[in-house]
Every structure is written in structure tokens, then in C-alpha cells.
Design a protein around this ligand. Structure first.
Ligand code: URA
Length: 434
């Protein structure tokens, strides 16, 4: 089949043969399929989906597009966590060193910013010198010596996802259950892990806006992980307001360090402790969830997580002094407050608009070749259910280049709905799918 025929077949609702899928992923990986055809197929999959068999083959082809790690020679359990993407979602950054400091290795292959959501790799790279493009041998060395290592897709690690992810980011093809599932599971299965905790975000800042969609995504990923022999658990968690106060790459590193120092915001700490506790259970270090959570809290309190983070930063070429002095992170030159247009109570926050405001100021990509400004971002001052008076600052915008500023200000204004009713704010944890 020619690529144009594959695209047409999927566009018309057909089922792709395993051989066709493997050829497509091989062509994406070696670059013989041009961006325009890969993008067209992504759009066809976005609308038509993939059935169970197509998804298994698609994920497997992506997984084997590069090296698949064998961690069996390393002692102890290897467990990872992945989020489907949110706004202010920096959880992996404090989580990986904390879990590793409790005795479970975390070999983490992460992604970059996608759509309105930030990416772990972009955040880590805001630490001066930090490298996420380690060779497979160096990655293994990090997992062996530090216990946690955080890298990205490269030419040798899930290269098919590197290319497809970048195309999806700029072609409106992110919010697709099969494409998200294949992207996440191909990276996670390449790590050689035995356990996986998935954080499936649901709400205004997530790719899945409804609980039904998020449940379907969670079930799909749990199914893919389990049939590959990885114990996989998915939490559905609320994404109707940003996580913590920081949205933006360097700002989120600063907040991650606060968490590791024991001074993080309550919602961020709750996510880290619960997801980390479950990783320790999957890794066999704790027999029950409460025990795992207590271990994570202890690793925050006695500074073990912070110490492991410092070693990981150093191992990956970053400046470890950042851990003690966050002023060494890139800082935006300018800041502007966006203020409430009326008094009342915050009824709703359109988190996607907050993420897009960061992108508008240069904190994310609009085209796949765009660079990002690590310093830009938002400091979220007011949360769901908070009372506000007219003129009170809601969000502080941090920026260098004022070109996207008015667009960002408009987005933040539109993101906040302020009314008169007192509202009940939902729980962070909505459901668990095992
Ligand atoms: N995270 C990923 O790694 N891939 C997606 O498609 C979405 C979130």
C-alpha cells in the first residue's frame, strides 16, 4: 500500500493491516514519510480511531522503533509514573527522586510540552546545563547509580514518538485516546519497568474534558500495560485548576524544589505523596498504600528526596547549586498582574486558556521548530472557590517579550469566571482503575 492509500483507507474508516502499521511507523522513524503525510494520517486516526488490534500493533511498532531497555541486571524494582498532561503538572520532577530515595528505581522517559500542557523535559532543561538527551548507556548508568534518571525520546529511544509527538503538538491531533495511549505506553514499555502508575487528568486543563473520556483513556492504557506484563494502575485526577501556583518551565522547577524542601502547596504534595505511595506498593517496598505514603512524606521531611534530586541534576549535567538557590534559574525580566474585573467567588477556571497564555508568551511551541523561553510563565494567585474583590490580582504573568502579552492577558481574564455563589471544590482524586 502506498502512504496515500493508507491515509485514504483510515480516512474512510477502514482497519489498517499490521504490516501497513509497521511500515508507517518505520517510515516515520527513518524520515521517509514526510511530515505532511504523517500529519494527514494522524488526523485520520484522530477522527476514526484505532481498534484494539490496531492499537496494540501501533504501540508495539513505536516501542520497537528504538532501544528497549533491559533493567533486569539492576537490583530492586523499577517503577515509573506518567501523566496524560495538565497545566502546572510538575509532579514527576519531585516524585522520581523521592521514590528512588525510598528504594524503588525510576527510569523515566518523558515528553515535551504538548498543546496547552507543559512537558517534563522542557521543565528540566530550564535548569542550566541539564541534559535530557542522554545515550542509552548513560541513562542506564543514571538508573543504576542515582536510582532515578529522566530523559526524552531521542534517535535511539522511542524515536517514532519523538517525531509523532512533535507533529501532534502543532496539527490539532493531540486529544485522541489511541494516540495518547500509544505515545505514553510506547515510552513506558521501553523502560524495562515492572510497574506503572498513570495519572489521567480530567477537566478544563486536561486533554480529556469529561470523566467518561478519561475513564476510557485510563482503561485503554491499563489494558495495554497489563497485557505487556507491567502492573499498571491509573488514577483519575482533577484538572479543573492548575496544580500548585506555578505554570511555566523554570517556575515549575522552583515549585518542585519547594515540594522537596517540605514547603510545597498542599495539592501538589497530595499528588506526589499518593502517586509516590502507590509506586512504592507496586515496587514491593510497601505492603499497603498508607505505608507507602508515609515513606514518601518521611523522604520529604528528612531531605532524602532533595538530595537525590541534587545528585540527579548533577549527573545529567545540570547546575546542582540551583537546588539551594532557585535564583539561578532563568527569570523573566517583566511581570504584570491580571486583575479581577468584579468581586465575588471564583466559580470556574478554564485551565486550558491558562496553559495557552503561557504558550502565547513563548513558554510553549506553536510550530514544531519553535524554541521556548524557559523563564516565562504564570504565578497563580487565586484558586477555585476563593473569594476575590474587584481589582484583586488573579494571576501574575512573567514574560520577556511583550509580543504575546495582550493575548495572554485576554486569555487569563477569560479563564476566570467570577460569580456570587459559594461553590464546593471537587476532590483531587476522582477514581482508580486497576
Ligand atoms: N503524554 C505523552 O507522553 N503523550 C501524549 O500523547 C500525551 C501526554
Amino acid at each position: 500500500m502506498r502512504m496515500a492509500d493508507v491515509i485514504r483507507h483510515k480516512r474512510d474508516g477502514g482497519t489498517l493491516e499490521p504490516e501497513a502499521i509497521r511500515k508507517v511507523i518505520a517510515g516515520v522513524t527513518d524520515g521517509s514519510i514526510p511530515d505532511y503525510q504523517a500529519s494527514a494520517l494522524l488526523m485520520a486516526v484522530f477522527f476514526r480511531g484505532l481498534d484494539d488490534n490496531e492499537l496494540v500493533v501501533w504501540t508495539d511498532a513505536m516501542l520497537h522503533s528504538g532501544d528497549v531497555f533491559d533493567m533486569s541486571h539492576l537490583s530492586g524494582a523499577k517503577v515509573d509514573k506518567h501523566s496524560t498532561g495538565g497545566v502546572g503538572d510538575k509532579i514527576s520532577i519531585p516524585l522520581a527522586p523521592l521514590v528512588s530515595s525510598c528504594g524503588v528505581r525510576v527510569p523515566m522517559i518523558s515528553g515535551r510540552g504538548l498543546g496547552h500542557t507543559g512537558g517534563t523535559l522542557d521543565k528540566l532543561e530550564s535548569i542550566p546545563g541539564f541534559r535530557t538527551d542522554l545515550s542509552p548507556a548513560r541513562f542506564l548508568e543514571g538508573v543504576r547509580t542515582i536510582g532515578a534518571c529522566m530523559v526524552g525520546q531521542t534517535e535511539s529511544i522511542v524515536p517514532a514518538d519523538k517525531r509523532l509527538y512533535a507533529l501532534r503538538d502543532v496539527t490539532g491531533t493531540v486529544e485522541s485516546i489511541p494516540l495518547i495511549s500509544a505515545s505514553i505506553l510506547s515510552k513506558k514499555l521501553a523502560e524495562g519497568i515492572s510497574g506503572l502508575v498513570l495519572d489521567v487528568k480530567v477537566g478544563s486543563g486536561a486533554f480529556m474534558k469529561t470523566r467518561e473520556q478519561a475513564t476510557l483513556l485510563a482503561r485503554t492504557m491499563v489494558g495495554l500495560g497489563t497485557r505487556s506484563g507491567v502492573r499498571t494502575v491509573a488514577y483519575l485526577t482533577d484538572m479543573n485548576q492548575p496544580i500548585g501556583w506555578a505554570v511555566g518551565n523554570a517556575l515549575e522547577i522552583e515549585e518542585s524544589i519547594e515540594v522537596l524542601r517540605g514547603a510545597g502547596p498542599a495539592d501538589t504534595v497530595e499528588l506526589v505523596v499518593t502517586l509516590g505511595g502507590r509506586m512504592l506498593v507496586l515496587g514491593g517496598v510497601s505492603s499497603v498504600q498508607t505505608e507507602g505514603e508515609a515513606l514518601i512524606r518521611a523522604a520529604i521531611a528528612d531531605g532524602r528526596g532533595l538530595e537525590t534530586f541534587r545528585r540527579m541534576v548533577e549527573f545529567q549535567g545540570g547546575d546542582p547549586a540551583v537546588v539551594d538557590n532557585t535564583d539561578l534559574l532563568p527569570r523573566a525580566r517583566n511581570q504584570v498582574d491580571v486583575r479581577a474585573g468584579r468581586g465575588g467567588v471564583v466559580q470556574a477556571i478554564n485551565c486550558e486558556l491558562l496553559g495557552l497564555a503561557a504558550v502565547a508568551m513563548g513558554g510553549g511551541r506553536r510550530r514544531k521548530e519553535d524554541g521556548i523561553d524557559p523563564a516565562v510563565g504564570l504565578r497563580v494567585l487565586v484558586r477555585l472557590g476563593d473569594p476575590v474583590v474587584c481589582g484583586q490580582p488573579l494571576v501574575t504573568l512573567m514574560f520577556n517579550d511583550s509580543r504575546g502579552l495582550s493575548e495572554a492577558e485576554y486569555m487569563v481574564h477569560s479563564a476566570y469566571s467570577i460569580g456570587d455563589q459559594v461553590i464546593e471544590v471537587g476532590q483531587t482524586f476522582i477514581d482508580v482503575i486497576e
